[in-house]
Design a protein around this ligand. Structure first.
Ligand code: SER
Length: 593
């Protein structure tokens, strides 16, 4: 049996022997990147180096990276989708290119010293070519030379054989993907790895990052540096090498599924329950890794905190199906802390906090979940046109704490439609009634910003202005994380702030609040914003047209918002903690009372 430990060690050693340096696993929560909530691939923290900045560890890198992908949370529970996973990756930053990358991949996949797959069971795809980049004959030729039969090499379009970050901006390029042929018959004459019939299972992806998209909607342009970025999911490899049916049979989930079997007295193999086993084990694993990350995230109604809340609450919802008390799920959290702590040391350090936050969230939802179910059943019995009223969905969200995605799933399970337009209308009405915030809060998206977090966005601008006033203009924002209970703010500064400095910054913010200044938002081209003197420390990450928020005489920043209308809405500002974030970067936590 190939274990996770052996696989990771084997992969790292293989690439170290080929001149790669192991780099540290980056945080699951990217601090300096406002464009994404979580690290979604091993290349993510490497973007500046793929674009040409020299990496301190050289041009050949390898690591295992924790990743979280959130677009398919409601799909989790089938056999394949995961939110959290570990990705093995190797990179060439302008060093070797297609031929060496393919030779490395081939050796690792087929050599009996490594994964030992039969070369006849490997199928690969290469880019078919379009107006951006030519057909990738170089990769196809190399695969053939290595020993992959011509009929197992497939040319596919951009949709399948091109990789770049979600959002469409950043380094990108054609890729060549590797699949294990399960031996099932072809589902049709045109059956290929692009098809979802289950004949081919993806095992590895080599991306040739030789292009960049500079801003949304722009065409890809060639990069000077030709890079390789590869990614291989640990859980999938363990499934395939060990000949298992799904990731849930691997060591990553099996022990937890067995724990759930004991707690519930039900069997995973009973089809009535197997989805619930999968959802609970998967979501608790992801929630533990988010809570245990070195950057703090707690359940909330905004950003990463909202994803965390959804994961925990969806797991609780499925725990009901297994008739398990939600509080018992803490044991699973404990299991994952122990399982991963040797690799990700913040888990052990934050153990107490992880368990406390987890239990707190369970208690919050437990208090309302039964009421919510009753409300749901009552509404279902009275509904018209087989559609749940939007207002009911909103009440479930607002009063009973049901993330809207959970209500949607409950409806889908029962074959009921849901009036989402009505939900958004109720939501909007409620926001308008409960506050007077200016802009952008209701974005039609669901990872919404509450009024509390909106206040923190504005308070953060005031804090940055105060820091620059007393510590100098060398202070720049390095990262920011807001919940509806606090802001955590990272900025460039290389020493501890004195108590006097903290008091001065607090006083500056509170005085500005007392002055009752309007917060004004304007949209303009990015260059004009800089000319106007707006601060904006994430230059290339902004779109061409940006929003600039100004508080006259105090602050002017490029920012997506949302913000309150007037500083008087903020209450009292207090800095509650300071610490070092990394070399040359300080971290402050502040609250509004
Ligand atoms: N970035 C590519 C992927 O996520 C290869 O790692 O598939």
């Amino acid at each position: 049996m190939l274990t996770r430990r052996k696989l990771i060690d084997m992969y790292i050693r293989f690439f170290e022997e080929k001149g790669h340096k192991r780099i540290e696993t980056a945080s699951l929560i990217p601090v300096n990147d406002p464009t994404v909530l979580f690290t979604t691939a091993g290349m993510h923290p490497l973007v500046p180096f793929l674009l040409g900045e020299p990496h301190p560890s050289g041009k050949r890198l390898v690591n295992v990276q924790t990743c979280l992908r959130t677009n398919d949370i409601e799909e989790v529970g089938d056999m394949g989708h995961l939110t959290f996973f570990e990705m093995l990756g190797n990179w060439s930053l302008g060093d070797y290119f297609k031929e060496d990358a393919i030779a490395f991949s081939y050796e690792f996949l087929t050599s009996p010293k490594y994964l030992g797959f039969d070369k006849n069971k490997i199928a690969v795809t290469v880019f078919a070519g379009d107006e951006t980049a030519p057909r990738d004959d170089v990769s196809a030729k190399k695969w053939e030379e290595m020993g992959i039969a011509k009929e197992n090499i497939f040319y596919l379009e951009k949709e399948h054989n091109w990789w770049g970050l979600a959002g469409g901006v950043g380094p990108c390029g054609p890729d060549t993907e590797m699949f294990i042929d399960t031996g099932k018959p072809k589902c049709s004459k045109n059956c290929s790895p692009a098809c979802k019939c289950g004949k081919y299972l993806e095992i590895w992806n080599d991306v040739f990052m030789q292009y960049v998209i500079k801003s949304a909607g722009e065409k890809a342009q060639p990069l000077q540096q030709k890079n390789v970025d590869t990614g291989m999911g640990v859980e999938r490899v363990l499934t395939m090498v060990n000949g298992l049916k799904s990731v849930y049979e691997t060591e990553c989930f099996k022990p937890v599924i067995e724990m759930l079997e004991k707690l519930s007295n039900k069997s995973y193999s009973d089809e009535k329950y197997s989805k619930a086993f999968r959802v609970i084990s998967e979501h608790i694993r992801s929630a533990t890794m988010i809570l245990g990350d070195k950057n703090d995230v707690v359940p909330s109604n905004v950003g990463q905190g909202y994803v965390l809340r959804r994961l925990i609450r969806r797991a609780i919802n499925y725990a009901r199906k297994l008739e398990i008390e939600a509080s018992q799920l803490t044991q699973l959290c404990q299991f994952y802390i122990d399982y991963f702590k040797a690799d990700y040391t913040s888990l052990e350090k934050k153990k107490q906090l992880i368990l406390e936050e987890f239990e707190k969230e369970i208690r919050k939802f437990e208090n309302t979940i039964n009421g919510g179910y009753k409300e749901f059943e009552k509404a279902v019995s009275k509904m018209q046109n087989n559609t749940l009223e939007g207002e009911v969905a909103f009440r479930l969200y607002d009063t009973f704490g049901f993330p809207i995605e959970i209500t949607q799933e409950m409806c889908a399970d029962r074959g009921i439609d849901i009036d989402m337009e009505g939900f958004f209308e109720s939501y909007k009405k409620h926001q308008e009634l409960s506050r007077s915030a200016c802009v952008g809060v209701f974005k039609g998206g669901l990872a919404d910003d509450s009024y509390e977090s909106t206040k923190y966005h504005t308070a953060t601008h005031l804090m940055l202005a105060g820091l620059r006033k007393y510590l100098g203009e060398g202070v720049h924002q390095k990262g920011c994380n807001i919940t509806d209970e606090r802001v955590r703010f990272d900025f460039s500064f290389d020493r501890k702030l004195t108590d006097e400095e903290i008091v001065l910054v607090e006083k500056f913010v509170n005085d500005t609040i007392d002055k009752q200044l309007d917060v004004v938002c304007e949209e303009m081209p990015k260059d004009n914003a800089y000319k106007k003197g707006a601060l904006g420390d994430f230059g290339s990450k902004y779109n061409d047209i940006v929003k600039v928020y100004s508080i006259i005489g105090v602050s002017c920043e490029i920012c997506g918002g949302p913000h309150v209308c007037n500083t008087k809405e903020l209450g009292k500002f207090k800095i509650v903690k300071q610490e070092s974030s990394s070399a040359g970067v300080r971290r402050l936590k502040a609250i509004l009372e």
